[in-house]
Design a protein around this ligand. Structure first.
Ligand code: PEP
Ligand code: MG
Length: 914
């Protein structure tokens, strides 16, 4: 694991490894130490160092997490002593005593990984309370009710997180909540804060009994035992299911580990002059520069983020707690100036005194990421390069996704409104549980996950959903945070809705919908609609297609700024995988600079062409085959004319026929009969030919260049069509420039390429002579089987370019079918065997090494070998970064991913130059 070179972290013979870093009066860390202290720990240290009011505490480093997992969940020998010294220092700064009967110090114990993983790991608050210290807290606060409320909260959290007393499944209730609800019911009280000190004291007894009954152990009274239990639980939570799922979603390596932050508690629930909240320095949904957030008076932080009570907007604080609001505004400005990014920070006010508990770069929607980066640049806080690096490349996608059709939305039945927490438009079937969302999604249905509140356990269901709707919680609830980051449409706190999990219904304003019914949500406005609403193109798309003026859309202006900056800094060229003129046009509008892959087989699927193709496949000899190919030639020529025109002089790489032929043949009896009738062939003949063409393993069978070698007339027809199209355009009244690049698929031997090359050159000569014109073209190959990479030096003797077909190269290198990962992929993810899906993001250490080998050796033979990639990985930012460093000249991705690739390519260049 890479570690920053801080002298205090290195081990020399005279110096032991440092595991504990203080913040407060003495601060050992700073913001650059995220790897060692985690994001939370590093920023707490930084805030303490610049004089912000941070309660004192210390961070147990990520090294300890690594040690913990490498040594059977145990700790380095010196840790206990170091922690004790650090606790004593915190106690001294707070003028309290840990476990002290009269003036007890209470602490929070929180996780903190290098990248924040909101809500995925565990937290314990109010640690240090026991049957004695609770009395001490009651007397120093002069508020027994508050003390007993803290104690019951602590037992509940500790019992759940450390001792495992939890709800049995997502539909059953938390057993602590059940006891609390029972008590309220029996006393005829509605709200938690109506319970008296004596009643809370009684609740504490019931909680302790619950723990003893469920675990056979009593709730620990020793405060250090409590502390180590909590530290172990937090380290343990690095490997809980939801953290693993989150890591796989965001490509966070398991080796990073988490740090643990132990910090003096301050109390937002100490009375009406106390409170707690979460604030963003800008709006995380839209990126607008407004102070944004929410708070609750007389509450602890968990009440805000867990979404149990719906908090008030931050602006309300100006009236309710005016002095604190002014201080908070100052903190807002200071934090942004210092960290040079939008911050998401937590604060607590204890009896009128403001404390900052955490700050981090705020999670934001794609739109907000772009707006904030561009506007921070306008405000001269950051330069263009820094701004580009701040935008997750994938987030560009959110500017291109559809919105509801305005007319359809107006006509739809509005059920109610909630808080707009993740913008965009989503329609789908209602699912009330994460499991149901997954079932619907696997059936191919669109889903809206509807919950009264979500917990991080719902992550899997959220991933499968188009949108998330909750009836409780605010814009910083887990549902909102996670949805925004996932780019999901989200509405929170739709309080008019009542969900009945048992009956599987949702009711609002007299309308009842069942599980499976359609619902539509507009996460930009917060409106919830009954039924399905048609969606419409985004503003950016409309401007690009010329149906909206650029000057009318600020979103487009932002998009365009980022694209212009990207083009300035990127080295990689961006091409697209397109097979039709329409696709090509869209891609050009998105900024494509050429076609990197035209899959010619896709051109044969349309209309009656498929039957002509089938006739060609069923032919028993070359003569019959040529007859059928004659019919296909003019169609192919027309296709290429269209494609060349759409690309207007940009390079176009055309791949010759690649797939197993039997993919074109009908499996259905009725269709086989129709085909036999149409071709005037006996049905038995058709059936026999289809049988004869059957392969056990077609992906490794008669496909790719093997087709052209077996049936040279197919290659002849295709290249004739390409060259005749080129000649036609070059000699047209208004000539169009053309740059055809002919690509031979699935080559593993140089002799295969030589065979096909001879045909290409022969036909080119023929067309040039016949049309009396000279044109330039290139011939190259895909590198998509390991043998091609390994013999790249030989293959490059014939190939003018290599295009890495990483779909097949991954398939053949990993010995893993592109189409059959479903059966074991979940298990692999669970065990973190693949850090990412290797078909979505390049397996750099395996497939990547082959690519590197091919580049080095191909270039040894041919210095000016042109290099690109056209597998799906070409649209994945992380893989694009790899391709930049590999020295490829271009990446070729699907049209909608072109803008993402432009930005990712710029980021790769900027990172490499650092
Ligand atoms: C590839 O294999 O990466 C490729 C682009 O070709 P196809 O996906 O058509 O097999
Ligand atoms: Mg392929």
């Amino acid at each position: 694991m890479k570690k920053i070179s801080d002298s205090s972290t290195t081990k020399s013979s005279s110096q032991k490894t440092r595991y504990v870093y203080n913040f407060g009066e003495q601060t050992d860390g700073n913001a650059s130490m995220r790897e060692l202290l985690g994001g939370k720990g590093a920023n707490l240290a930084e805030m303490a160092a610049i004089g912000l009011p941070v309660p004192p505490g210390f961070t147990v480093s990520t090294d300890v997490c690594t040690y913990f997992y490498a040594h059977g969940r145990s700790y380095p020998k010196t840790l206990a002593k170091d922690v004790e010294v650090a606790v004593k220092s915190v106690a001294k700064q707070m003028k309290r005593e840990f476990g002290g009967r009269d003036n007890p110090l209470l602490v929070s114990v929180r996780s903190g990984a290098r990248d924040s993983m909101p809500g995925m790991m565990d937290t314990i608050l109010n640690l240090g309370l026991n049957d004695e210290t609770v009395e001490g807290l009651a007397s120093i606060s002069d508020n027994p009710r508050f003390a007993w409320d803290c104690y019951r909260r602590f037992i509940q959290m500790y019992g759940d997180v450390v001792m495992g007393v939890q709800a049995l499944n997502e539909e059953s209730e938390c057993p602590f909540h059940a006891l609390l609800d029972n008590m309220k019911k029996s006393l005829n009280k509605e709200l938690d804060n109506e319970l008296t000190a004596e009643e809370l004291q009684e609740l504490v007894q019931r909680y302790k009994k619950l723990i003893a009954d469920k675990t056979g152990k009593s709730f620990p009274q020793d405060v250090y035992e409590q502390l180590w239990g909590a530290v172990g639980a937090v380290f343990g939570s690095w490997k809980n299911d939801r953290a693993i799922l989150y890591r796989s979603q965001y490509g966070i390596p398991a080796e990073w580990g988490t740090a643990v932050n132990i910090q003096a508690m301050v109390f937002g629930n100490a009375g009406d002059d106390s409170g707690t909240g979460v604030a963003f320095t800008r709006d995380p949904a839209t990126g607008e520069k407004v102070f944004y957030g929410e708070y609750l008076t007389n509450a602890q932080g968990e009440d805000v983020v867990a979404g149990v009570r719906t908090p008030k907007p931050i602006a309300a604080m100006a009236k309710e707690l005016p002095k604190n609001f002014t201080d908070l505004e100052k903190v807002r400005t200071r934090l942004e100036k210092h960290f040079k990014d939008m911050q998401d920070f937590e604060f607590t006010i204890e009896n009128g005194r403001l404390f900052i508990l955490q700050t981090r770069n705020g999670k934001r929607t794609g739109l907000a990421a772009i707006r904030i980066a561009v506007e921070l640049n306008k405000e001269k806080l950051i330069d263009q390069k820094t701004a580009l690096l701040k935008i997750p490349a994938e987030s560009v996608d959110t500017l291109l996704v559809p919105v509801f059709d305005a007319k359809a939305q107006k006509e739809a039945k509005l059920i109610c409104t909630g808080l707009p927490a993740g913008p965009g438009a989503a329609t789908g079937r209602i699912a009330f549980t994460a499991a149901q969302a997954e079932i619907e999604a696997r059936k191919g249905n669109k889903v809206i996950l509807c919950r009264s509140e979500t917990s991080p356990d719902d992550l899997k269901g959220m991933l499968h959903s188009q949108g998330i709707l909750t009836t409780r919680g605010g814009v910083s609830s887990h549902a909102a945070l996670v949805a925004r980051q996932l780019g999901k449409v989200c509405i929170c706190g739709a309080a008019d809705i009542t969900i009945n999990y048992e009956r599987k219904t949702l009711t609002a304003n007299g309308i009842t919908l069942k599980e499976g019914d359609y619902i539509s949500i507009n996460g930009t406005t917060g409106s919830v609609y009954q039924g399905l609403i048609e969606s419409a193109d985004s503003e950016v798309k409309r401007v690009l297609e010329g149906t909206m003026k650029a000057s009318e859309s600020y979103t487009y202006e932002l998009f365009n700024t980022v694209m212009e900056w990207s083009d300035k800094y990127r080295k990689l060229r961006i091409r697209t995988n397109a097979d039709t003129p329409a696709m090509a046009q869209t891609a050009v509008a998105y900024g494509a600079e050429g076609i990197g892959l035209c899959r010619t087989e896709h051109m044969f699927f349309e209309g009656s062409r498929i039957d002509d193709m089938r006739q060609m496949i069923l032919a028993v000899d070359g003569v019959q085959r040529r007859e059928a190919l004659k019919k296909l030639l003019p169609m192919q020529r027309k296709d290429f004319v269209g494609l060349f025109k759409a690309m207007a002089g940009r390079p176009v790489t055309i791949r010759l026929l690649d797939p197993p032929l039997h993919e074109f043949l009908p499996q259905d009896d009725a269709v086989r009969r129709q085909l036999a009738d149409k071709l005037g062939l006996p049905l038995e003949f058709v059936i026999d030919r289809i049988k004869a063409l059957h392969e056990e393993n077609p992906m490794l069978g008669c496909r790719g260049c093997r087709l052209g070698i077996l049936y040279p007339e197919i290659t002849e027809m295709q290249v004739q069509a390409i060259f005749e199209a080129a000649a036609e355009l070059l000699t047209a009244k208004k000539p169009v420039e053309v740059h055809p690049e002919i690509m031979i698929p699935l080559v593993g031997f140089k002799a295969e390429l030589a065979d096909q090359l001879a045909i290409v050159h022969r036909i080119a000569e023929q067309v040039m002579t016949k049309k009396k014109i000279k044109f330039k073209y290139m011939v190259g190959t895909m590198v998509e089987v390991p043998r091609a990479a390994i013999t790249a030096d030989e293959i490059a003797e014939h190939a003018e370019f290599f295009s890495f077909g990483t779909n097949d190269l991954t398939q053949t290198t990993l010995g893993l079918s592109r189409d059959d990962m479903g059966l074991f992929y979940d298990e692999y993810q669970q065990k973190e065997i693949y850090s990412k899906n290797p078909f979505a993001s390049l397996d750099k250490t395996g497939v990547g090494k082959l690519m590197q080998f091919a580049v080095t050796n191909g270039q040894k033979t041919r210095k000016d070998l042109k290099l690109g990639i056209c597998g799906e990985h070409a649209g994945d930012p992380d893989s694009i970064d790899f391709c930049h460093n590999l020295g490829l000249q271009y990446v070729s991705c699907s049209p909608p991913r072109v803008p993402i690739a432009r930005l990712a390519a710029a980021q790769a260049a900027l990172r490499a130059a650092k």
